[in-house]
Structure formats: C-alpha cells, structure tokens
Design a protein around this ligand. Structure first.
Ligand code: SAH
Ligand code: SF4
Ligand code: F3S
Length: 424
C-alpha cells in the first residue's frame, strides 16, 4: 500500500536535512509526501530539544493530533528526532496516541518499521554503532528545487556545558569526503545550484578544507555555503579558501554565545573573545562584504551585568550581519543543569531585549553597505530571494521562477532584509 506521509519539522538545519532524507526513504517505498496532515496515513513530527520551549511547542502540537487518531485509527503518528531521543518512552506515556518514537539516527528506519515491521514502538538505542553510510539512501531532487543541504557529519563532541545536542545526536561521525563530493555532483547534475554543507561543528570534519575546495569546483553548483562553524576551529586559512573560491559564499555562521571569557569558559566553549575577534576581524579586513552571523545565549548561570556588557561590546566591535539570540534554558543531563541559575527571568528578558536592539542596529548598519549596489539574487519563486551573503532581498519588477538568477539594484536597507529593483 502506498502511504501518504506528512512531515512537520522543528529545530535546526540538521533536522530539516534529516526530514528531506526521510522523504527520500519513504519515496523509495513508493510513499508520497503531502502537505495536509488530515489526509495523511503517516504523520511525522521531527523534533528539537535544544531549549525547553522547543520541546513544549512540539509536545503541544503532537497532543493535538489525538483528534486525528480518534477520527482515523489507522493513521500512524510518529515522533522522531532529538526530543524523541531524549524523552523516549515518556512520550508514549504522556501521549498514548503516538505509535512510533525514533531518535535522530533510527528515524530513517521508519518506512521499514511501518511497512514491514511492528508498526509501533520506541527506537532510541545506541546511535553510536551505526555506519554513517546507512543514513544516505540516495538522492532524489524535486522538480522545482534549486537548493539543498548536504550533511558532512553527524553528532557533536564539543559538550558545551549548556547543550543537549551531544547527548541526543551522539559523538561526531564524519562522512567520507568522496561520498560528500559524489553527492554534490549528483545534485549538480539534477539541476541543484546551491548547496549548504552541514554539521553542528562543520569545521570539525578532518577534511573540511579539502571538502570546501572540491565542492567549490563541482560542475553546475553556483553557490556553496557551510554551517555551523565552531569558533575554536575557525582559522585564516578557511577564510582565505572562501575568499579565493567564487562559488564559496561570503558568509560565515560562527556562534559567539557570549562576549565574556569568564562565561565562555563556564560554557566550555574552547576559545576566548580575542581568538574570536582574530577570525572576525580578519574576515572584515579581507572580505569586506562577507556576512558574519552568530548565536548568543543571555542569562547563563553566573552571567553578571558586566559579563553581559562584554557581549554588547562584542556586538559593537564586530557588527554582526545577523544574530540569533536566546535566553538560557537549562537542559536535563547537561553539565550546566547542575549550575545554580543566578539570572532571573526578568533579567534574562531585559538582557535579551537590550541585546536584540544592539544586534538590530548592527544588522542595519551592515545592510546599509549594500545600498546602491547591484547584487545577484537567487529567486525563491516569489519576488524575493537571497544574495551570496545570505541577505534576503525583496525586489520590484517581473516575477522570477524559483532558482532564477536575478540582478537587483539595492535601494533600501532594513535590519533583516534589503529592498531593490530588478534590472535584468
Ligand atoms: N552547533 C551549533 C549550534 C547548536 S544549537 C553551535 O555550536 O553553535 C543552536 C543555538 O542554540 C546555539 O548556538 C545556542 O546559541 C543555542 N542554545 C543551545 N543550547 C541552549 C540552551 N540550553 N539554552 C539556550 N540556548 C541554547
Ligand atoms: Fe552544542 Fe556546542 Fe556542539 Fe554546538 S558545538 S552542538 S553548542 S555542544
Ligand atoms: Fe538541531 Fe534541536 Fe537537535 S537544534 S540537533 S534539532 S536539539
């Protein structure tokens, strides 16, 4: 029986990429992906555990699926990904209408479990022993797709003290460079123009620099991005490789987390602000239009007003193009969960607000550099798209198909986007 599958994805790019692979695994069984969950035979929620809020959001969505199950008992409700790994059996206890719970490495067995197997159960065992190759059933690129994620590693070994990722995704496992490049070639051949190489600490891959250089010259690929760079491993050589290869986008996502060395140390981030500045200022000096984006956590245990001021100062110095800011959320089982929380909810909220104001001002200042310039935008099919620096551009003028390259004269900068006029 051909199943129609609905997938909802929470969390980071890694989860989005996994959901895509999951679609491919179902397609291999003759299943099809649909966009309305009430018509589906299989409903899958791919979840995130990074903050308590992310889990609560997923749990309340999944709770609401009970009415679907009541209406159509044959429907299979599956919770996969990081929260599935962290909570396991507890999900089925709290939400008995859930059929399958599967962690980030076992979720690719879902088609087998549903078509040939038990049809229900909790699958969270030992993701350590799996061969990376098993995660990649093959590549099927959709008709209107022009951009794709290409994971180059899974898991994380960094164990930052606040972070759940190493616990739910396991130790780092690297995909072979040859397999990565082979996939890039297949994607190029299928009309994909833009790829994003993915990893929680993408530059931890032992062959990262070679992968960048080789991906940059794959035929027909026009843009190659990579995320997320671990600051401790970012170096001038990587920045030089980006500058020297036209295809490699001038964009760096390097989460700083805090501007205070004391807090960085407590976070077990293995770099100092001055090490970070060395990379960031080298990017600013050698690739002036390159974007630098970051993540920040405010209200980490022990963060004083003066530590927070150091974060603000770092924003003033670096002027990030884009910042993702979060209030610290204690995650069970992490090292920081044992630290006494010293920052009240109100203080967290207040710091978040101040930081956002500062970050928005920095983003606007950076975006203003683009006013008056002509940029190439890969259209998303509407009258908008992205530049190589990953700036969102809204443009006037004739409509462009998804993936079409549009030349745009930038007229106005906003904090999180640019506006302009199509000129080709
Ligand atoms: N691998 C990436 C990002 C992982 S999670 C990295 O190393 O930077 C994405 C972001 O969520 C992190 O950069 C961090 O800013 C935030 N984050 C992670 N754990 C958090 C927690 N417990 N509370 C609040 N924010 C958190
Ligand atoms: Fe989490 Fe740190 Fe790994 Fe990023 S590098 S996923 S923040 S443990
Ligand atoms: Fe990503 Fe969330 Fe998992 S950030 S790795 S989906 S915990």
């Amino acid at each position: 029986m051909k199943k129609s599958v609905y997938i909802k994805t929470f969390g980071c790019q890694m989860n989005k990429s996994d959901s895509k692979r999951l679609e491919e695994s179902f397609a291999a069984y003759g299943g099809s992906v649909i966009s309305d969950e009430s018509d589906a035979d299989v409903v899958i929620y791919n979840t995130c555990s990074v903050r308590e809020h992310a889990e609560n959001k997923a749990l309340s969505h999944i709770g609401r699926l009970k009415f679907l199950k009541d209406k159509k008992p044959s429907i299979k409700i599956c919770v996969v990904g990081c929260m599935a790994q962290r909570m396991g059996e507890e999900i089925k206890k709290r939400l008995p209408h859930v059929d399958v719970v599967a962690g980030p490495s076992l979720m690719f067995e879902l088609p087998g479990i549903l078509y040939d197997g038990a049809g229900s159960g909790v699958f969270t065992d030992d993701p350590e022993n799996r061969d990376y190759k098993e995660f990649f059933p093959g590549v099927i690129a959709g008709e209107s797709e022009f951009a794709r994620y290409v994971p180059i590693m899974r898991g994380c070994d960094n164990f930052c003290s606040y972070c759940i990722v190493p616990y739910v995704r396991g130790r780092e496992k690297y995909r072979k460079k040859e397999d990565i490049i082979a996939e890039c070639r297949v994607l190029g051949g299928k009309g994909i123009k833009e790829i994003t190489l993915l990893g929680q600490a993408v530059n931890s891959h032992p062959e990262f620099k070679e992968i960048l250089k080789e991906a940059a010259v794959v035929k027909r690929l026009k843009r190659v991005r990579f995320l997320t760079s671990y600051p401790g491993k970012m170096d001038r050589e990587t920045i030089d490789i980006v500058r020297e290869n036209e295809t490699l986008c001038n964009m760096f996502h390097i989460p700083l987390q805090s501007g205070s060395d004391k807090i960085l140390k407590k976070m077990k981030r293995r770099y100092t602000l001055s090490k970070y500045l060395d990379s960031a200022l080298y990017i600013r000096a050698t690739i002036p239009f390159a974007s630098i984006s970051t993540d920040f956590i405010v209200g980490f245990p022990g963060e004083t007003e003066s530590d927070f001021e150091k974060t603000i100062d770092a924003v003033k110095k670096i002027k990030f193009d884009q910042s993702y800011t979060f209030k610290y959320s204690s995650r069970p089982g992490t090292k920081a969960a044992g630290y006494e929380e010293t920052v009240t909810e109100e203080e967290k909220q207040d710091r978040l607000k101040k930081l956002n104001e500062m970050c928005n001002a920095a983003s606007l200042e950076r975006n203003r550099l683009f006013e008056g310039r002509e940029e190439t935008v890969f259209s998303d099919g509407e009258n908008s798209g992205r530049t190589g620096e990953n700036k969102i551009v809204h443009f006037k003028g004739s409509r462009a198909a998804a993936g079409e390259e549009v030349r745009v004269r930038i007229e106005k900068a906003l904090p999180h986007s640019l506006k302009g006029e199509r000129i080709n």
